[in-house]
Design a protein around this ligand. Structure first.
Ligand SMILES: [Zn+2]
Length: 92
């Protein structure tokens, strides 16, 4: 990418949410269902002087109660952000 060689890790993020992130309804009787995936590329930092990217396939969920979608989240990276919290803490 742009003349830089990256190591790329591929991973998949999925779980069963306890509640809808949008309306807060409890996930009972399959009110929140899995609905496709969304892949994001996250800068993880360096391992042995080589930059590392994480290609993370995130689960998408659909809430039947409020008719909205949301994406699985992780403490590794903030929402709508492509730089890992690890790198942010190093910069800080
Ligand atoms: Zn909902």
């Amino acid at each position: 990418m742009n003349g830089v060689t990256y190591q790329v890790f591929q991973a998949r993020l999925t779980y069963t949410p306890k509640a809808c992130e949008k309306c807060g309804v409890k996930n009972e009787n399959h009110s929140v269902i899995k609905h496709g995936t969304k892949t994001s590329t996250i800068k993880l930092g360096y391992i042995i002087f080589q930059p590392v990217l994480l290609r993370l396939k995130k689960q998408r969920f659909y809430c039947k109660v409020c008719d909205q979608m949301f994406t699985a989240s992780t403490s590794l990276v903030d929402k709508h952000c492509y730089i890992s919290n690890l790198i942010k803490s190093h910069i800080a």
